[in-house]
Design a protein around this ligand. Structure first.
Ligand code: HEM
Length: 497
């Protein structure tokens, strides 16, 4: 404004008879606007193809206002009107929105090669300085090789046998240890404070599991650096969520935004936290003793055997940097899933009881739960779903009463086994070429954390307090934090295994 006011005071020639600078500025802006509007409406389509149905939206901003704060709900509403394949505009960019399980499968699985890309978005370019495997627009041979490396590294440090404990694998060892510490922490909090917010502590325990795999390290619940990073992850989820207006309306990138500032701060802090640990690993690296995922990635980068087809060599930092993706994707997601489980259980105490009865019958009270108990606990096992990909998971055509919390819907009639056909309809980990690489460990983690917690503790909320179950839109859908959780110890384990 001050600049244009300054211009208004000064005419081009100094005479009132000629066009003033302001008028010229307005005229050219209007011209540019009209040009952009016409261009955005006339996106060329190849001959013979029709634009998928969808709302036209407003000039320049498209459907931004309609999407609002809850794009998952608005898009579900729009898809009911326009169908499973719909086109909307955000800013001036066309965006294809797919709904319906069959349509999504058709795209991500049957036409997987065409849908394996990632959009080149402003916010994605900020993640890991644009070097992230999960967020960068690269989906060619380099992405393929990096994904394979990440998958192998995760596998090697999760399902491999543990040499130091009686656990069946490293993942069980880490989760059991963290889940037991969490039980103690909740007991301590209950004694000291009478009620507490479990999220704050679950996130540290889950982060410790992925930390153990990635860096061979664990942090205390009071470690300032880790606690501040993992608790800042909401700042990431909000901006990295689909449909962030700044990704589609470039001018917004230059306007001050509190959300974007927090997002950038989070990314900088996260990256420097990881870089420090990676540096320490380089300093103490010994190729005859590979301690964790970071060591294994350093080893692979030094072996130089990962030349990609067509002999492109993966740069070292592209390999070691994968630890950002694995760590970043590995803590917030599992924490969110677990935390939703607890929210559902305190609002459905009869279901909590049923799970605990199942655990008592199968495991008893003499030992801790193990991963091998999973097939014998079909009722508990259900619980690890129900967080994401909103439309499919709430589609009335697929589910009876989609909003009701009902683990039974995933069981066979006798209640003794998982109904595979039903449980595979839930979309949680994506599909196709980009399907989550951490699905198995996430499922195992949620299972073992949850059984260990429910085995030993009964969860409730303080009398008269209500929990708010409204999902908050983001890359992962969270709930509002609730600090009124309480626990009752069900029994004390005699032998601590
Ligand atoms: C409940 C927990 C989890 C959920 C709900 C979840 C969900 C997802 C989803 C929906 C995607 C995107 C799929 C797509 O783009 O189509 C994804 C990608 C990914 N996930 Fe997970 N995830 C979870 C746990 C984990 C864990 C524990 C790890 C790490 C070990 C992990 C690593 C990744 C990576 C690296 C990608 C990117 C893959 C790529 O871009 O090629 N995730 N996840």
């Amino acid at each position: 404004l001050p600049a244009s006011e300054g211009m208004a005071a000064m005419s081009l020639t100094g005479s009132q008879d000629f066009i003033s600078a302001t008028e010229l500025l307005i005229a050219s802006s209007v011209f540019c606007l009209i040009f952009m509007v016409i261009r955005s409406y006339r996106r060329q389509l190849p001959k013979g193809l029709k634009r998928p149905p969808g709302p036209w939206g407003y000039p320049l901003i498209g459907s931004v206002l309609e999407l609002g704060k809850n794009p998952h709900l608005s898009m579900t509403r729009m898809s009911q009107k326009y169908g499973d394949v719909m086109q909307i505009r955000i800013g001036t960019r066309p965006v294809l929105v797919l709904s319906g399980l069959e349509t999504i499968k058709q795209a991500l699985v049957k036409q997987g090669e065409n849908f394996r890309g990632r959009p080149d978005l402003y916010s994605f370019r900020i993640v890991a300085d644009g070097e992230s495997m999960a967020f960068s627009p690269d989906s060619g041979e380099v992405w393929r090789a990096r994904r394979k490396l990440a998958q192998n590294a995760v596998k090697a440090f999760s399902v491999s046998p543990s040499s130091t404990s009686s656990s069946i694998c490293l993942l069980e060892e880490h989760v059991s240890k963290e889940a037991n510490c969490l039980v103690m922490k909740f007991q301590q909090l209950m004694e000291e404070k009478k009620s507490f917010d479990p999220y704050r502590y679950i996130v540290v325990s889950v982060a410790n599991v992925i930390c153990a795999m990635c860096f061979g390290k664990r942090y205390g619940h009071d470690d300032e650096e880790l606690v501040s990073i993992v608790n800042m992850s909401d700042d990431f989820q909000e901006i990295a969520a689909s449909g962030n207006p700044a990704d589609f309306i470039p001018i917004l990138q230059y306007l001050p935004s509190q959300g974007m500032k927090k997002f950038k701060d989070f990314n900088t802090k996260f990256l420097s936290f990881l870089q420090k640990i990676v540096k320490e690993h380089y300093q103490s690296f010994d190729k005859d003793s590979i301690r964790d995922i970071t060591d294994s990635l350093i080893e692979q980068s030094q072996e130089k055997k990962f030349a990609v087809k067509g002999s492109i060599q993966l740069p070292n930092n592209k390999i070691v940097n994968l630890v950002n993706d694995i760590f970043g994707a590995g803590f917030d997601t599992v924490t969110t899933a677990l935390s939703w489980c607890l929210m559902y259980l305190v609002t459905n105490p009869e279901i909590q009881k049923k799970i605990q009865e199942e655990i008592d019958q199968t495991i008893g009270r003499e030992r801790n739960p193990r991963l091998s108990d999973r097939p014998m606990l079909p009722y508990t096992e259900d619980l690890c779903v129900f967080v994401n990909q909103w439309q499919v998971n709430h589609d009335k055509k697929l589910w009876k009463d989609p909003s009701t919390f009902s683990p039974e819907r995933f069981l066979t009639a006798g209640g003794t086994e998982i109904n595979k056909a039903e449980s595979e309809k839930v979309l949680v980990f994506g599909l196709g070429k980009r399907r989550c690489i951490g699905e198995s460990i996430a499922r195992w983690e949620v299972f073992l954390f949850l059984t260990t917690l429910l085995h030993r503790l009964e969860f409730s909320v303080r009398d008269g307090k209500k929990v708010d179950m409204t999902p908050i839109y983001g890359l992962t859908m969270k709930h509002k934090r609730c600090e009124h959780f309480q626990i009752k110890v069900r029994f004390h384990l005699k032998s601590s295994e």
